[in-house]
Design a protein around this ligand. Structure first.
Ligand code: PLP
Length: 406
């Protein structure tokens, strides 16, 4: 039977790539009393988070906030812009790209899937030149949207979205560009306006360091125009009524008030630190973690160093070693949760998240848990990953110091 009164000593190490550990500052903000979502105080909160979240997406255009998980925001992006039977080009980088494609099919769209040629499809980022070729061949412009995942959480691959925009432009194709940055936003650099994205999709439980429960669509002017003619059924997800209500800081249905307090606090933290410093922080953590994996002599799931994710690292276990058994051991013995392999890489790899409320020593602890767990599972390691990560972190000071002594 599930028991919720199990209290191990110390802090749990939640090293999955989202939901990420939530800072105490955000948990405290969430504990404020729930207020009337139609009352006068609420509008100030609504207007603040709507303005702040635009800065995080690096956009001046509307961002729609839903009380839903990321999957809801996937659906919202599609039902607002597409009509039944529309042809969409979806690039497979891993499990989440695949799940988005399944959702598109359930909505009645005609999803064409493309990906990296050969068996290593889940080990590479989006190849923009292949998208360009495909769009050039679509002379009748039957493809209505190109859908890509910015940071593929199942593999640890971060694709080059600016290159996808250039590919669409050089093919002179009118398709919308839809990007899932559910795990990229607020950890990896993401520029909705500069990269010419039409719909950016994100969620609360990753780089924003919030619990699960809210998700986003950042929307371009072109997507808004297209949405006026799109005929897939929509009611709860419809952008028009929400954007109208948002003008005065309200929503047509009940928003997730306490998560909006949390969002406000998260934006204060991220914008206060500065997005460049936030991106550098994740980049540095990822370098330290990869130094450990390389020292162990294990393979990183992402085979292309130019698209290593700053958010998470996928670690492939040697043939014959069940990655989930290693994870189970690490969880039971050292109270550390690691991400499971999803879909076709289940049992073949595990994922170390380096996002959310974390620091060098949190990561060192997680790596120590991994190293002990791998050894206990009989994996022959080439060397100490813990030592390699310590060497990396101590020889590469963070851009922003954690604390300043008087
Ligand atoms: N897309 C990506 C890249 C994700 O990482 C996730 C969840 O981890 C999803 C989509 C699905 O979002 P959710 O589980 O919040 O519905």
């Amino acid at each position: 039977m599930l028991t919720l009164d199990f209290h191990p000593t110390g802090r749990h190490f939640l090293q999955i790539p989202g939901p990420s550990p939530v800072p105490d500052r955000i948990l405290r903000a969430m504990s404020l009393p729930t207020i009337d979502h139609r009352g006068p105080e609420f509008a100030a909160l609504g207007l603040k988070v709507l303005a702040d979240i635009r800065k995080i997406f690096q956009t001046t255009q509307p961002v729609v906030i839903y009380p839903a998980s990321g999957t809801g925001a996937w659906e919202a992006a599609m039902v607002n812009t597409l009509s039944s039977g529309d042809h969409v080009l979806m690039y497979e980088t891993g499990h989440f790209a695949w799940m988005w494609q399944k959702l598109a099919v359930r909505l009645g769209l005609q999803a064409e899937v493309m990906g990296y040629p050969g068996p290593d499809v889940w080990r590479h980022g989006v190849q923009a030149h292949l998208i360009e070729q495909r769009l050039k061949a679509d002379t009748g412009h039957s493809i209505k949207a190109v859908c890509v995942v910015h940071n593929e959480t199942s593999t640890g691959v971060t694709s080059n979205i600016a290159a996808v925009r250039r590919a669409i432009d050089s093919a002179r194709h009118p398709a919308l560009l839809m990007v899932d940055t559910i795990s990229g936003l607020a950890s990896a650099d993401y520029r909705h306006d500069e990269w010419g994205v039409d719909v950016s999709i994100s969620g609360s439980q990753k780089g924003l360091m919030l619990p699960p429960g809210i998700s986003f669509n950042a929307v371009s002017g072109k997507a808004l125009e297209v949405s006026k003619k799109a005929t897939l059924p929509k009611a709860f997800w419809a952008w028009d009524e929400i954007i109208e209500g948002n003008k005065s800081g309200y929503w047509p249905s009940t928003p997730n008030t306490n998560l909006l307090y949390a969002l406000s606090e998260s934006c204060d933290m991220l914008l206060g630190q500065g997005l460049d410093a936030v991106f550098a922080r994740h980049q540095r953590w990822s370098e330290g973690v990869r130094a450990a994996v390389k020292a162990w002599g294990l393979q990183i799931q992402c085979a292309d160093p130019s698209v290593y994710s700053p958010v998470l690292t996928g670690v492939m276990t040697p043939d014959g070693v069940d990655a989930d058994a290693v994870r189970k051991l690490i969880y039971e013995r050292f109270d550390c949760s690691l991400g499971t392999g999803l879909g076709k890489v289940k049992g073949k790899m595990f994922r170390i998240g380096h996002l959310g409320d974390c620091n060098d020593l949190t990561l060192m602890a997680a790596l120590a848990g991994c190293e002990m767990g791998l050894k206990l599972s009989g994996v022959k390691l080439a060397g100490s990953g813990v030592q390699a990560a310590m060497d990396y972190f101590s020889s590469h000071a963070a851009v922003v110091l954690q604390r300043k002594a008087a």
